[in-house]
Design a protein around this ligand. Structure first.
Ligand code: DGJ
Length: 696
């Protein structure tokens, strides 16, 4: 458990995490200023640092530059602004000062106010192990425009060098890890799309350029937000680097005034030692302990019909898939797109959420009953925020979509975005979702979102820009409401694959659809990038057919399973057509997955070898006395030497038994020397090794 203390004589707050310390103080102007973030430091030591600012020796820089706890724009503060306000009289510079603070357990609120205008700024801090959650709350008695409202500014120690780790990508190639020297000046990672995005993900890690998977100090910042966002790293010539971030985007203004406060989402910051591996494990532990709504659950093995049937959904077809899925050992059957309205392709029907009676003459009831009768839970695909112009909903409510009066309504995938910031739209969505879930006893929603915003206007509304924030908040509120009203309901977040993966959506869903790319080889890279912040417990991964739907590559079934088994296993192929030998293998591998699932879903993950075009990729999970190792070799090369995989996270004093071969190994040897996994010959070879600590 952490502790938060205020050292009154030094006007300094010290936040002591499990293995880290964070400290801030009030500067000479009574403004919160950064003091320290890093390895554990006693309060007595922290005070030695407080107040050591650079002397004001030139006329061009602020001596405190880069040290604002929330870099507010104004005065001689030229740093990347984290807070920019324009008051009603046109004044833009903020002059703020501390008023009071409260410490309530692991929560600190520092209340400040503008020196002249009735504008209040509260900085919030909450300790979650070594994660410091931060957010900003703004309130005003007279109208003010907030041009930028970051959740937090994070100042890093002055290092000799800095390096950034982040992910980039695109549809079907999300979360590609990049590690680059931190450029001087400002580097912006952002989404202006109204969704989290496939092209970037709202987190960044910073190290001094020397950290490896197993060694070194790593700082990380991640945002809990599923709309537009922005994270800026600023590196100055004086050697300092900050990370500032929050929701919003350039040009979109928030209006704050009487009865209209603004609270930013959480920005979570984490300092760790032990390399990128330890950093990721600390993020996973945070997500499991403090973010996911039902972290203790084991996620069921899922079947999803999308790649098998596309839009060709019929009751008979779904029943046949469900029967085969149950026989394989699947626990949750999910019917994807194509079950409602005129949705026989992506051109029509979105928004008309009545079951298609040509496809389901007696409604959804018989299929849901059949699936439940087979001993599986029933899940269904929905895309509540979207509408096809060719739909009864759009014909009745053309004003419900984001639009500007004299501009075209740009379609992507033949669809437009419903404005969930409108209370009538949100109420409509709640109505049909509540009925759908309640009337049919639906256990699981796959909540999709297949395009970003465009022409994001709201004619008739005085403050149109608020839709950027309020849309996301309304989606969150609806998910929260549905969960509260249907406690058994579980949700998978999806946005054309991995376009909506972030700490915000993970707080109200149970798993995320990682990517529409189910090619096992491409998945190794996607899953590698994903794993830097997000846990296997939430990573939905399906085994699909050969040749792959997206890449046209064919990969052996065992390899496809082994890759998907490193997360929340699902099956998404046309299993009715699978040959008997594939069915038998799938049944065995699903049974194996159920055995190792507690280790994979709740264990600590070690990335033993990152994906490479050549060689072996390997991952390990450890939970209690059990360890599971996955090893994958893409291509075999003649006479290539086998390198042992040095394992991690084991007890060096214990012995471990291989559950398949019965062979025993010393923990110390596995850690110091390693294990040579028995990979079969040839390309696309893979194996799963189960090691159990031997009780003495
Ligand atoms: C995008 C999702 O990522 C797919 O899995 C599938 O649900 C389609 N949408 C359906 O339209």
């Amino acid at each position: 458990m952490g502790e938060i203390r205020f050292l009154e004589d030094h006007r300094t707050w010290v936040l002591t995490g499990t293995s880290s310390t964070y400290a801030l103080r009030l500067d000479e102007d009574d403004v919160p200023a950064h003091v320290y973030w890093g390895p554990p430091l006693a309060a007595a030591d922290v005070v030695e640092l407080a107040g050591k600012t650079l002397p004001w020796w030139d006329g061009f820089n602020d001596p405190n530059e880069g040290l604002g706890e929330l870099a507010a724009d104004g005065g001689t503060r030229y740093w990347t602004p984290a807070l920019q306000v324009r008051f009603a009289d046109g004044t833009r510079a903020l002059e703020w000062r501390y008023e009071t603070h409260e410490i309530t357990g692991d929560h600190l609120a520092i209340r400040c106010t503008d020196r002249h205008y009735p504008f209040r700024i509260t900085l919030h801090y909450r300790l979650r192990g070594d994660v410091v959650e931060r957010w900003t709350e703004l309130a005003a008695d007279t109208e003010a425009e907030v041009i930028r409202a970051d959740s937090a500014t994070w100042a890093l120690p002055v290092f000799e060098d800095y390096r950034l780790s982040h992910v980039t990508g695109r549809w079907a190639a999300e979360t590609q890890l990049r590690r680059v020297p931190a450029p001087h000046g400002e580097t912006v990672f952002a989404s202006r799309r109204g969704i989290t995005g496939h092209h970037a993900n709202p987190w960044v890690m910073v190290d001094d350029g020397t950290a490896t998977e197993r060694h070194g100090e790593v700082y990380g910042v991640a945002l809990a937000w599923s709309g537009s966002w922005r994270l800026t790293t600023t590196r100055s010539s004086t050697g300092r680097l900050t990370v500032s971030g929050g929701f919003g985007q350039d040009g979109v203004v928030h209006r704050v005034g009487p009865g209209k406060p603004l609270t930013t989402p959480i920005a979570a910051g984490l300092y760790t030692r032990g390399g990128f591996g330890a950093a990721s494990r600390a993020w996973h532990a945070y997500v499991l302990d403090h973010v996911l709504p039902h972290p203790g659950e084991l996620r069921p093995v899922l079947y999803n019909s999308w790649e098998a049937t596309g839009f060709d959904v019929t009751e008979a077809g779904q029943r046949a898939l469900a029967e085969r899925a149950a026989a394989l050992g699947v626990e949750l059957f999910v019917m994807d797109d194509g079950w409602f309205g005129a949705r026989t392709g992506d051109h029509a029907g979105l928004g008309d959420w009545q079951v298609n009676r040509e496809r389901f003459p007696d409604g959804l009831g018989p299929l849901v009953e059949a699936v439940h009768g087979l001993g599986m839970k029933f899940g269904i695909w929905v895309e509540p925020e979207m509408v096809n112009p060719d739909s009864d909903l759009y014909r009745a409510h053309p004003d419900w979509v984001l639009h500007h009066p004299h501009r075209r309504r740009s379609e992507l995938r033949n669809q437009l975005v419903l404005n969930f910031a409108r209370p009538d739209v949100a109420a409509w969505a709640r109505g049909w979702l509540d009925r759908l879930v309640g009337e049919h006893g639906i256990d699981f929603l796959k909540w999709d979102m297949n395009r970003p915003f465009s022409e994001a206007g709201w004619p008739g509304e005085a403050d149109q820009d608020r839709l950027w924030v309020d849309h996301t908040r309304a989606v969150y509120a609806l998910m929260d409401r549905l969960r509260a009203d249907h406690p058994g309901l579980r949700i998978e977040a999806c946005s054309g694959g991995g376009g909506r993966i972030d700490l915000g959506v993970l707080a109200r869903t149970d798993q995320v659809w990682t990517s529409d790319n189910t090619d096992a080889l491409d998945r190794l890279r996607i899953q590698h990038g994903y794993s830097h912040v997000y846990p296997a417990r939430a990573m939905s991964a399906w085994v699909t057919d050969n040749p792959n739907f997206v890449t046209a590559r064919s990969v052996p079934l065992r390899f496809r399973f082994h890759v998907a088994m490193a997360g929340v296993l699902g099956v998404g192929g046309d299993i009715v057509r699978w040959p008997v030998e594939d069915v038998a293998l799938a049944r065995d591998l699903i049974a194996l997955y159920k055995d190792i699932r507690p280790v994979v879903q709740h264990g600590a993950q070690y990335r033993l070898r990152p994906p490479a075009d050549d060689g072996v990729t390997a991952l390990q999970y450890v939970h209690g006395g059990r360890a599971v190792v996955f090893a994958y070799r893409q291509a075999a090369h003649f006479n290539a030497p086998e390198r042992p995989l040095r394992l991690d996270g084991l007890d060096p004093a214990a012995r471990y038994r291989d559950a398949d071969t019965g062979r025993t190994h010393s923990g110390a040897v596995l850690l110091a020397h390693g294990l040579v996994p028995a990979l079969p010959a040839g390309d696309f070879a893979s194996t799963v090794v189960r090691l159990d600590r031997i009780k003495i």
